[in-house]
Design a binder for this molecule. Structure first.
Ligand SMILES: [Zn+2]
Length: 113
């Protein structure tokens, strides 16, 4: 029986991101069930976030997913990857520069090693 156990553990160690229709269906379920951002609780959910990032052993199962807004997703992703978000900059006119201008436009980041 020991060989069976070995096979099983080897398979468990492989982490794959769910893609295609299966992921879209899962994403839809999350956004319908959690229409309001689970982090700030104010904005509409537009992203599906992995509570535990895939690169840290998280899975694509429903209990590891949550609906979040763009802003919170970007901040959480940066935090998960160990990137410090730049502080709110103040423009010459005395008003803070909008958050959207701080990011470089990439949304879906993979864990950099
Ligand atoms: Zn939010």
């Amino acid at each position: 029986m020991s060989w069976r156990r070995k096979e099983y553990e080897r398979d468990r160690g492989r982490q794959r991101r769910t893609v295609g229709r299966k992921w879209l269906a899962m994403r839809h379920v999350v956004l319908v069930e959690e229409p309001v951002c689970m982090i700030c609780g104010r904005k509409a959910s537009t992203q599906v976030d992995h509570k535990i990032p895939l690169c840290k052993g998280g899975t694509d199962t429903r209990d590891n997913l949550q609906g979040v807004c763009d802003e919170c997703h970007n901040e959480k992703t940066a935090k998960d990857l160990g990137i410090k978000p730049p502080p709110n900059k103040i423009g010459l006119d005395g008003y803070p520069i909008p958050k959207g201008d701080r990011t470089n436009g990439t949304n879906e980041k993979e864990c950099g090693v």
